[in-house]
Design a protein around this ligand. Structure first.
Ligand code: HEC
Ligand code: HEC
Length: 438
C-alpha cells in the first residue's frame, strides 16, 4: 500500500480536472484555444498543432485553425521576455527568424493549446496527446500537489535511456502545475493551482528553455511571470488539521536553471529536465480505465523508442513505501530526486561542495560520511555532513530539517520542512553503524 502522502500525489493528476468541479461555469470557449504555438511555421511536423489537431478533446470543432499569433499579441508581454521570439512563427521564411520547429512562447498558458477548460470551470484538463504522468518519488515542494504533462510532437518520439533523462525531441513541451487544496484532509476539494512551470525543447542552439506561469485569482488563466511571484501568507490546512502558513515562492525564470542544469565536458551549462528518467517514470498511471505502465504506454503510442523488456527497466522505489525497497534505497532515492540536481559531479553546487547525493555515487566521503562541509560556517547543526548513527549531529539532516533561509536545503524550492523526508533521512543515518568522525 502506498502511504497517504503518495496517494495524495497520485491523485494530483486528476485533481485539477476534478477538484474545483461544481463551481459555476464561466469558461468562455476562447480561454482555451487549441492554438498551435507556431502554426505559422510552414507545416513543420514538430509543431504542437500537428499532434493536437489529431486529438479530439478540443473545444468546438478543430480549434487549431487560425494563425498561431495569439501567443504573443494580447496583453502585452510585461517582461519583454520570451527570447524565442513572440511572433516569429507567423512569418517563417521572411527573415532570419528562429530555426524551424521553434515553439513560440505564449504569454498565456492557454496559448500552448495543451489544455482545455479552466480550473475555475472545474474542467481543466490536458488535451489528447498531452500525457499526464507521475513519478515514483517526486520532489518535495512545500506539500504542493503536482500534476505533470508531457507533450511530444506528432511523428516524433523520445529515445529511451536507462540512466539519463529520456532524450526528448525538439518541440517537446513538459508542464508541471503546483496546487494546494484548502484542506489536505479533503485533498480533492477547493484545489487552487498557483503556478504552472513549462519546459520546452527548442531547436539548437537554444535547446531547453524554462518558463513560469502564474494563475490568476479567478483561476481562468495563467500568465507568464518571468520575474516569479511570492504568494505572501499563503495558507492551507494540513493532514493533521493544523493550519500552515508560508510565503509560497514561484521561482524567477533565471532561477529554474539553478536546479535544471548540467555542466558538460566543455564546461558549458545546459538546461535540462530532471525527473523524466526511466526509473522515475516506471510506474502505473490510469489513462483510460485500467492503470498502465507509463513507459509502456508511451511506447505503445509510438512516443518512446528503445524501451527494453519490463524486467530490464530500472525503477526508483516510492521513498515512502517500506514495502518497495529497504531503508537505504529509499533514502538514497529521496536524496537523488530532491538534492542530486545540484549535488552531483556535473552541477556547480556539487562541484563546489564536493557533496554528491545522486543515486550513482557510492563513495561514502562524497555522500557526506564524516565529511566536513566546504562551505557554510557554523550554526548548521554539527561538524560533519553525516555522522553515521547520529542524525542530530549530522549537518545533512539539520539542513533538511531547518526552516531558516540560508541554512535550509534545498536552498530554493521550499519554505516548509518536509517532515516525512527529514524523518526518512534521520532513520537512514541512525541505522548506519555508529562511527566517530574526526
Ligand atoms: C529547487 C530546484 C528546482 C527549481 C528551482 C526548479 N525546478 Fe523544475 N524540477 C525540479 C525537480 C527535482 C524536478 C523533477 C521532480 C518532479 O517533477 O517532482 C523538476 C521538474 C520540472 C518539470 C517536469 C519535467 C522534469 O524536468 O522532470 C518542469 C516542467 C519544471 N520542473 C519546470 C521548472 C521551471 C519552469 C522552473 C523555474 C520557474 C523550475 N522548474 C525550477 C527542481 C527544480
Ligand atoms: C538548488 C541547488 C541545491 C539543492 C537542490 C540542494 N542543495 Fe545542498 N547545497 C547547495 C549549495 C550551493 C551548497 C553550498 C553552499 C552552502 O553550504 O550553503 C550546498 C551545500 C550543502 C551541504 C553542505 C555540504 C558541504 O559538504 O559543504 C549539505 C549537507 C547539503 N547542501 C545538503 C543538501 C540536501 C540534503 C539537499 C536535498 C534535500 C540539498 N542539499 C539540495 C545547493 C543545493
Amino acid at each position: 500500500m502506498r502511504s497517504p502522502y503518495m496517494t495524495r500525489l497520485g491523485l494530483a493528476a486528476v485533481l485539477l480536472a476534478a477538484a474545483v468541479a461544481a463551481c459555476s461555469g464561466g469558461n468562455e470557449d476562447d480561454t482555451h484555444i487549441i492554438d498551435p504555438p507556431d502554426a505559422g511555421d510552414a507545416g513543420d511536423a514538430s509543431t504542437p498543432d500537428a499532434g493536437l489537431d489529431a486529438g479530439d478533446s478540443g473545444p468546438g470543432e478543430d480549434g487549431g485553425t487560425d494563425a498561431g499569433d495569439d501567443g504573443g499579441t494580447d496583453a502585452g508581454p510585461e517582461d519583454g521576455g520570451s527570447d524565442a521570439g513572440t511572433d516569429a512563427g507567423s512569418d517563417a521564411g521572411t527573415d532570419a527568424g528562429p530555426p524551424p520547429g521553434t515553439v513560440t512562447i505564449p504569454n498565456e498558458l492557454s496559448g500552448y493549446g495543451l489544455f482545455t477548460g479552466t480550473p475555475a470551470g472545474g474542467d481543466f484538463k490536458p488535451v489528447e496527446g498531452n500525457l499526464p504522468y507521475e513519478l515514483t518519488t517526486p520532489l518535495f515542494s512545500d506539500y504542493s500537489l503536482k500534476s505533470r504533462t508531457l507533450y511530444i510532437p506528432a511523428g516524433k518520439a523520445a529515445l529511451y535511456s536507462a540512466d539519463a533523462v529520456l532524450d526528448l525531441p525538439v518541440g517537446t513541451i513538459i508542464t508541471k502545475t503546483f496546487a494546494f487544496p484548502a484542506d489536505f484532509r479533503e485533498p480533492t476539494k477547493n484545489v487552487r493551482p498557483l503556478e504552472t512551470r513549462v519546459l520546452v525543447r527548442q531547436p539548437q542552439p537554444v535547446g531547453w528553455v524554462a518558463y513560469p506561469y502564474v494563475w490568476n485569482d479567478a483561476l481562468t488563466e495563467a500568465t507568464l511571470a518571468s520575474g516569479g511571484k511570492v504568494f505572501k501568507d499563503f495558507s492551507f490546512i494540513d493532514e493533521q488539521g493544523v493550519t500552515k502558513k508560508l510565503d509560497y515562492l514561484v521561482p524567477q525564470r533565471n532561477q529554474c536553471q539553478k536546479c535544471h542544469h548540467v555542466v558538460d565536458e566543455q564546461d558549458n551549462q545546459h538546461l535540462l529536465p530532471i525527473g523524466v528518467k526511466a526509473r522515475y517514470l516506471n510506474r502505473e498511471h490510469t489513462y483510460g480505465v485500467q492503470p498502465v505502465n507509463q513507459l509502456q504506454h508511451l511506447a505503445s503510442l509510438g512516443k518512446l523508442e528503445g524501451l527494453p523488456p519490463a524486467a530490464q527497466v530500472p525503477r526508483a522505489p516510492d521513498a515512502f513505501n517500506a514495502g518497495e525497497a529497504d531503508l537505504t534505497q529509499r533514502a538514497r532515492t529521496y536524496l537523488d530526486i530532491n538534492c542530486a540536481h545540484c549535488h552531483n559531479p556535473k552541477a556547480q553546487p556539487g562541484i563546489t561542495s564536493r557533496l554528491f547525493l545522486d543515486i550513482k555515487t557510492t563513495d561514502e566521503f562524497s555522500l557526506g560520511y564524516c565529511k566536513r562541509p566546504g562551505s557554510a560556517g557554523g550554526g548548521v547543526g554539527g561538524e560533519f555532513d553525516i555522522v553515521p548513527g547520529s542524525h542530530d549531529t549530522s549537518i545533512l539532516w539539520f539542513r533538511m530539517h531547518t526552516e531558516v533561509s540560508g541554512k535550509m536545503m534545498p536552498e530554493i524550492g521550499r519554505a516548509l520542512r518536509h517532515e516525512a523526508g527529514a524523518q526518512l533521512i534521520a532513520d537512514w543515518i541512525d541505522a548506519m553503524p555508529p562511527r566517530s568522525c574526526k
